[in-house]
Design a protein around this ligand. Structure first.
Ligand SMILES: [Zn+2]
Length: 77
């Protein structure tokens, strides 16, 4: 998230101007305006594909273990 030294506050990409400048003092900050100048703070909601794969694998594994548990319970009754 970009930081403005002049105004001493954090700025979201949406609160900055078209060129990535601070609305308070007009100073141009790196990575602003959603244009991907810096790349670091702009695409923060981006989730890497291997994280999605990990979550999917965890769900599949837990579902498999749940089925196993039900089968185990049914065998004991
Ligand atoms: Zn400012």
């Amino acid at each position: 998230m970009p930081w403005c030294d002049e105004c001493s506050r954090f700025l979201t990409p949406n609160s900055m101007g078209e060129g990535g400048e601070c609305p308070g003092c007009g100073r141009v900050l790196a990575g602003g305006g959603g244009s991907g100048v810096d790349g670091e703070a702009v695409d923060e909601p981006h989730v890497p594909w291997h994280f999605k794969l990990l979550v999917l694998a965890t769900i599949v594994y837990l579902a498999y273990r749940a089925v196993q548990g039900v089968v185990w319970l049914a065998g004991r009754i």
